[in-house]
Write a protein that binds this ligand. Structure first.
Ligand code: ADP
Ligand code: ZN
Ligand code: ZN
Length: 697
């Protein structure tokens, strides 16, 4: 009897086990491959995986990868299947909401789920190796104390009270949220947007919601995190791409745990974190182009993905900027987003005065010397230094000089692998390709004609620093660009020195235009507006306006009205005029009209199709053949093929096609057609080794 009962229980258990244990798992691999792969689950599996769990699977002849389970089933496939080697999780490491976001990214940005998986999960959580044994030992994931928790946190304080206008703006946002999921806060520089965010975040976490506060990498400084930590203490985690993979893996796991952070302050990749009860999304500096991932795939725009994530979670979203991107402002004007404007700076500060200097005219009058410093700019710099004020000088080009040129034959050095001229970097004593990073020695003799008169043309930040130091030997000058900020520490040190008054003049690229908050900057110099305006991109005017308006906003924070000297050869340019008047609306109206006329975003969706091949003739004919195929399906919506301005990178020749789709066209259908045509063309003789990739918007 006893035996029978025991036996009964046992067989019931076996039955349940057999019932709940599916036989197959469809998984995605962290590889740029379309679709899922089916594996058999071992019948003696200790852990029953769920959708979203990590498993280790064999792939190829002897490789093992960490894969994510997408589907469990009992449908025996018509081909032999391999066995799952190991199940790493008993509960999902990727939540259902994340998987549907991944699917959206893969559809919209025309990449595979594997591409998304690769980008989304920190490496420590996806051990991949040649042998199963190694996989197991690495497969433990990350444990121990995280860098975040090691912080000793001061007790949280109540945030600064809002001013009346800020309070009104905040109430405006909350009331916009009653009818809109997304609200745009168009607030001039230094209007106190960050204070408003802090109040909204506080409110959200009091209501038991989670908050994602996303900002560009460059703005995520200790200055800012300390300001936030004073209010939120250890309820807040920071997700920075410069943190080690281990620290990022720990934060990921903490977000999966039963006690996740209430607030994550993070850079673009924080969209991949597992939020369990996201209630508020804030994106600061929403116009920033660095939210767009360029290479490798997924070439996603973190603002758009975050908005989709918020919508899926039923969360409210706030986009903030002094210079919103055209797309967002358009959405606000047509009523898709709510709009709240904040026109005044905090504490009654005025916006800076802008003075335009016509460099062409100064050159004619022989007043420019050999450099990029007009007499007006120099006079203002001297005055600022006398008054113990600080100066920011902005030049959108790093290095010493963009090109070296032989005075006798006009030869300029170019990269062997890419179709671009090399930038001279004196400090490195080298010429560097800004596309592939390859460095070359600086020649002393022209390899073309043997001439010895090689001179530098144009001005990068490094050359500007050298010239200014010669003009003002006493001044303490620092430079902030990619070359001087290779590590996070260097970056923070330069900011720290400037903040502490140890530096008088800070020269930099677009890095100096962002959210820095300094009290003693009375002067900002924009050394040349022209190179920004000359970019061959439909967004270049918008971008030039944003950069100039943002950098101007660094002038005159507390006591005095700031002054901006804007040097240009084209003083009548509309963008220059609009910066002069701080006329965002005027800029928007004019740019939007052009975009509508020539069919660019926000009035349609632009998909760039890049074709790459080692052989230029193959790249060329592939582009032509592909355009013919595409036209059969998409007709007039296809433009090109074109040879892009930089037509060879890393020895691969590039051709570009453009597809302009109506906003109403469903992206998953477009994607299917494109991928079908792509595999059709790649099967044609001679094309199998070509690369095709897409960049959306
Ligand atoms: P924005 O993000 O719009 O550029 P910030 O939020 O950084 O502006 O505010 C600019 C400066 O004004 C900061 O130094 C901030 O501390 C100060 N500030 C703004 N609002 C307040 C407030 N309500 N109380 C105290 N200081 C404020
Ligand atoms: Zn020469
Ligand atoms: Zn190169």
């Amino acid at each position: 009897m006893k035996y029978l009962a025991k036996h009964f229980v046992l067989s019931a258990l076996i039955c349940t086990f057999a019932f709940i244990m599916p036989r197959y798992a469809d998984v995605i691999l962290p590889l740029p491959l379309q679709g899922t792969f089916t594996y058999a689950l071992p019948p003696d599996c200790e852990v029953v995986p769920q959708v979203g769990c990590r498993v280790i699977v064999p792939f190829g002849s002897r490789k093992f990868y960490t894969a994510i389970v997408m589907r469990l089933h009992d449908e025996t496939p018509p081909y032999p299947t391999k066995l799952v080697s190991e199940v790493l999780d008993a509960s999902p490491a990727v939540l259902p909401a994340q998987l549907s976001l991944w699917q959206w990214i893969s559809d919209y940005y025309l990449c595979s789920m594997g591409d998304v998986f690769k980008a989304a999960i920190p490496a420590a959580l996806k051990p991949k190796c040649e042998t199963k044994k190694g996989a197991r030992s690495k497969g433990q994931g990350a444990g121990g104390l995280s860098g975040q928790e090691a912080f000793s946190c001061p007790p949280a304080l109540a945030p600064c009270p809002l001013s009346d206008v800020q309070q009104q703006a905040m109430e405006g946002i909350v009331s916009q949220w009653q009818t809109h999921d997304v609200c745009l806060l168009h607030g001039v520089t230094s209007s106190g947007k960050t204070e408003i965010y802090i109040h909204l975040m506080k409110k959200a976490i009091e209501e038991g919601k989670q908050v994602l506060f996303m900002l560009p990498e460059i703005v995520l400084t200790t200055q800012l995190t300390e300001r936030l930590r004073r209010v939120f203490g250890n309820r807040m985690g920071v997700y920075h791409s410069k943190y080690s993979d281990k620290v990022r893996a720990e934060l990921y796991q903490k977000m999966l745990s039963e006690e996740p952070y209430d607030i994550v302050v993070g850079v673009r990749s924080s969209i991949f974190l597992p939020f369990q009860r996201l209630g508020l999304l804030i994106i600061d500096e929403e116009h920033e182009t660095s939210f767009k991932q360029q290479d490798p795939a997924p070439r996603y725009h973190a603002r758009n993905v975050a908005l989709v994530m918020a919508r899926q979670a039923g969360a409210k979203a706030l986009l903030g900027s002094a210079t919103p991107c055209l797309e967002s402002y358009h959405n606000a004007l047509v009523g898709k987003y709510g709009l709240v404007t904040l026109k005044t700076r905090y504490a009654g500060l005025s916006l800076p005065d802008i003075e335009i200097v016509d460099v062409q005219e100064m050159r004619r009058k022989k007043l420019m010397g050999s450099g990029l410093f007009s007499p007006q700019l120099l006079a203002h710099i001297r005055k600022a230094l006398e008054q113990r004020q600080q100066v920011i000088l902005f030049q959108n080009r790093r290095g010493y000089a963009p090109v070296l040129e032989c005075r006798e034959c006009g030869w300029t050095p170019r990269c062997e692998k890419c179709d671009v001229s090399l930038t001279v970097h004196r400090g490195l004593r080298q010429m560097v390709c800004h596309y592939c990073g390859k460095a070359y020695d600086i020649p002393t003799v022209c390899p073309n004609c043997g001439g010895r008169d090689l001179s530098s043309k144009g001005y990068g930040t490094e050359r500007i620093e050298e010239q200014l130091q010669a003009i003002l030997p006493e001044a303490r000058i620092a430079r902030m660009d990619l070359d001087t900020t290779r590590s996070r520490q260097n970056y923070e040190q330069i900011l720290h020195d400037f903040e502490g008054g140890n530096t008088d003049i800070l020269i930099g690229t677009q890095m100096v235009t962002k959210g820095l908050d300094f009290d003693r900057v009375s002067l900002v110099g924009i050394l040349s507006a022209d190179s920004m305006l000359a970019q061959p991109d439909f967004r270049s005017y918008e971008r030039a306006f944003q950069l100039m308006e943002q950098v101007a906003g660094r002038a005159g924070r507390k006591e005095s009205v700031g002054h901006v000297v804007l040097q240009t050869r084209d003083a009548s340019n509309a963008i220059v005029r609009q910066v002069l008047a701080h006329d965002y609306e005027g800029m928007y109206a004019e740019q939007a009209e052009e975009r509508e006329l020539f069919r660019y975003p926000p009035f349609c969706r632009v998909i760039f199709i890049y074709l790459k091949h080692r052989d230029e003739a193959v790249a060329e004919s592939l582009a032509t053949d592909f355009s013919v195929l595409l036209r059969q399906v998409f007709g007039e919506r296809v433009l090109g093929p074109d040879t892009p301005p930089v037509s060879r990178i890393q020895r691969l020749h590039i051709r570009k096609l453009i597809l302009k789709m109506e906003l109403t066209a469903p992206m998953s259908a477009v994607r299917e057609r494109l991928l079908a045509l792509q595999s059709q063309i790649l099967q044609m003789p001679g094309y199998h080794s070509a690369q095709v990739y897409y960049d959306v918007d």
